[in-house]
Structure formats: structure tokens, C-alpha cells
Design a binder for this molecule. Sequence first.
Ligand code: ZN
Length: 374
Amino acid sequence: MIALAVIILLVIIIIYAVCSACSGGNNDVNGNSDGIRTSTVTTTSSDSQNPITQTTPVQTGSIMESVTGSQTSSATSPSDDKNKVQSIELTFYTCDLSVGDSTMPYVTMLPDTADLSEKWESSDESIASVDYLGNITASKPGVCYVTVSSVSNPEVYAQVKVNVMDENGLVPASQPVSTTSSNSSQTVTTTVTTSAVPVKNESGLTYIQGILIANKTYGLPEDYNPGLDSETESAFNTLSEAAANEGLDIYLSSGFRSYETQARIYGSYVDSYGQESADTFSARPGYSEHQTGLAIDVNTIDDSFAGTPEAEWLANHAHEYGFIIRYPKGKESITGYKYEPWHIRYLGVEKATEVYNSGLTLEEFLGIDSEYKE
Ligand SMILES: [Zn+2]
């Protein structure tokens, strides 16, 4: 009888251990709690003379897109492809460290027939250093990027964004990092990680760290007409309900706006106020974040919204529902727009919270600008 009880107890313990392994096992080896989950989609052309491999790991913590294409031209023989690293993947692409902490991402280089020697570099050794094995050690608060590149094919690299927190758990403003573009006449290789490398896809959309960007620098195609994003809409409904529970009324006033609608709005502002003034508060057609379907204007879309209990609640809680106040006060010169307490942008809870905690505008967070080119 006692033996039976012991066996039952053992079975319960084993089941419990297995369950906690599946639910809590997404942290990296050093206990960072970014909650990075990576899924990989790989498509490989069956034509061995023309191998095209697309690898798209997607992280929820900080979305990384990596597209490695190798189009064989007459100058590239298949044996070159076998000897050269074509892609690099890491177990994580962003990490938060305190001063003195260390962490190490694991590297997968493909194909494994290639020379797999790797080279590690930090964009700022004073913030975080990295040794030849990829051990990253934090030295002082700030943001830097650690890059691992292939020795045999230096055009292929991957980066980890390293956030070193101060004693209050805050990360000082990041500096835009310069990155080399990877392109050669023989092999087309693009590896984009969490650095501020804008990626324009075939449809003419620009993604940075997986975030669709529409600002004065990065426009949208005229025919991009997605409507209000359904995830954004349902997140907004949740936000609105939460506000209602606090006795506050936050409602959608303007969501998706097409190119044509924005052209009309902008045109009428230009007529009334002149272009220079209109540009400070209204986007030119093709440059409005509303055309992404990921932006919402709430309540009264004017300065009277500022300072209301709704505006205050929105500023403090929007990130909990996946939104950021996109054009904060005093950041006109960075975002390109005056303070708009009513304009929120959906990023998902994880990213929005990261941006909120950084105290940065999206432009600063991603290290990009917002300026019309002409
Ligand atoms: Zn707006």
C-alpha cells in the first residue's frame, strides 16, 4: 500500500515537472526574461543549380527578420555556396543586462559544410564587450549592438541589441547604429536583425525590427489599403472597456484612412493653413500612419483632449494594451509632428511596453528619422 502511494506520488511529480518545463521554458540560457520565442519557416528551392533559401525566424519579443537569398549567377559555383556561410541565426536578438551581467547567444551558421569561423564585435565596448566565443558582458548603462559575422563570408552577420540597464532598471537613450549593407554582384545576402536597418519589402512597405513604419521618411504605396487591422481593433476594444471600468470614455474617432482620404484631408489643411503649417500636424498622402491600419485617433482630435482624465489614463496605460502615444510632447523635431495625445499606434503589448519603458519616441527607439526628403 505504501509502495503504491510512493509510485503515485512519483508520477505526479514527473507530470508536474514536464508541465512546468513547457510553460516556462522560453527564457534564454542566462535567465533573461525577454520571452523570446522563435519560429522558423524555411523554404528551399529544389533546383540545386539555383538554391534560394528563405529563413524567417519570428520573435515576439523583438521581431527579427532574416532573409538570406543566394541567387546563383554564372560567376558563383555551387562549391562556393557549400564553403561559404549563407545564414546566421542566434538564439536571441535582444537582451537586457545589468552592469556586470553576462550572456551568450548560441549561433547557428548554415550550411554546415562551410567554414564556420565567427567574428564577434561590439559597437561600443564601453557599454558591453564581447569575447571571441560570443560572451557578452555589460559594463555601463546604455545600448549597443553585438555583431557576429562569418569569417568566410563577412557579408553575412547577425546582431544582438544589448540594453544595459542602470540601477533603476532604465536604459539610457540609444544611439542610432550604422550598419553596413550587404550586397555583392555574385551573391545577394541580406541579414537584418534588431538594428535600425530599414527593410523595404516587395510591396514597398518598410519594416524595422518587424514594425511597419510610416513617417515622413518612410512612405506607403498609394494602393496599400489594408483597412483597420483586426488585432489592433480588438486590442483597442479591450483598452476601451478597461477605461470604461474606470469610469472613462475612450472611443475611436478615426482609424484606417486610405491614401485618397488622406489626400483630401491634407489638401484641405494646405488650402486653409499653407503647406508649411499643414506639415506639422497632417501627413502628406502616403505618409500617414493611419494608412497602415495600425493607428487610431481617439475622442476629440484636437488640443482640448490634452489634460483630460482620458488623455492621462491613455498616456499611462495604452502600452498595457499594445499601444503607444505616437507623437509625445516636446518631440516634434524627432517625430515630425506636434504633440498628439489622441493618436495611438499599435505595436503589441511586448513592444509597446518596451517603447513605453524606454521613454523614447518610436523614431528614437528604432534609430530612424522622420523628414520629408524634398
Ligand atoms: Zn492620428
